[in-house]
Design a binder for this molecule. Structure first.
Ligand code: ZN
Ligand code: FE
Length: 254
């Protein structure tokens, strides 16, 4: 992959733009078309492939217009609510992209029932499943589903770059510090994120290594997290811990 940039869109979304080489571009979760059109107008475009992680409007809103304008392939999960799709992918399915690169889809239910993540080279596009220092809300899935989806992403190689659908890191850090006050990796990353946002730069991509060290939703077995949700008893499973943590955060955010 020659280039990987987040295009800010809507209120706090990122549309990811990856250049596979030779002008073969991948666009992930275009919630609106305009930022993508502007970015593509500045490049020599050989082909455009759109990857969609889930059906929410802030991730697919620009897909149909872009598909028409750029003759793009649109790869999406099996879900009739995503009308712009030209190809559907299921769990563990590999899709050849341009320039000798491929994407692997991973089913990650929890935020929505058909949500997928895509792995391209050492890059993870995880939509609204995993955020830096947080995770998506449980709209259609159970806490147990979300916990196993997150555990699956956490098992990717540590150097994997994590490209999420939203810039939520600073707000997530406030909650993470509340439930995991003694975590130094978290404290350090939280102050880096505040300074980075204050300077107007994105806090993403993150890495799997950082998220494993600092994201409370990937640390459901850590004593500090279990203590925060009154689940020190080891018989309480990780899915239950995640459910309690998610409810606590829903209240924390107001
Ligand atoms: Zn969403
Ligand atoms: Fe979203």
């Amino acid at each position: 992959m020659q280039d990987l940039v987040p295009l800010p869109a809507l209120a706090d979304n990122y549309i990811w733009l990856a250049d596979l080489g030779g002008g073969h571009l991948v666009v992930v979760d275009p919630g609106e078309a305009a930022p993508v059109d502007a970015a593509l107008a500045r490049r020599d475009v050989a082909s455009v492939t759109i990857l969609l992680t889930h059906h929410h409007r802030d991730h697919v809103g620009g897909a149909m217009a872009l598909r028409e304008r750029w003759a793009a392939r649109v790869i999406a999960p099996h879900d009739d609510r995503i009308e712009a799709a030209t190809e559907r992918v299921g769990d563990d399915q590999r899709v050849d992209l341009a320039a000798g690169t491929h994407a692997v889809a991973l089913a990650v239910p929890g935020h929505t029932r058909s949500h997928v993540a895509f792995v391209v080279d050492d890059v993870l596009f995880c939509g609204d499943t995993l955020f830096s220092l947080g995770c998506g809300r449980l709209f259609e899935g159970t806490a147990a589903e979300m916990q196993s989806s997150l555990a699956r992403l956490a098992a990717l190689p540590p150097q994997t770059r994590v490209c999420c659908g939203h810039e939520y890191t600073v707000a997530n850090a406030r909650f993470a510090r509340h439930v995991d006050p003694g975590n130094e990796a978290l404290a350090e990353h939280a102050s880096w994120a505040r300074a980075t946002r204050a300077a107007g730069r994105p806090t993403l991509p993150s890495t799997i290594a950082l998220e494993r060290a600092a994201n409370p939703f990937l640390r459901c077995d850590a004593a500090a997290i279990r203590k925060a949700v009154d689940a020190l008893d080891p018989d309480i499973d990780a899915g239950t811990v995640l459910g309690r943590l998610r409810s606590l955060k829903d209240g924390f955010d107001g």
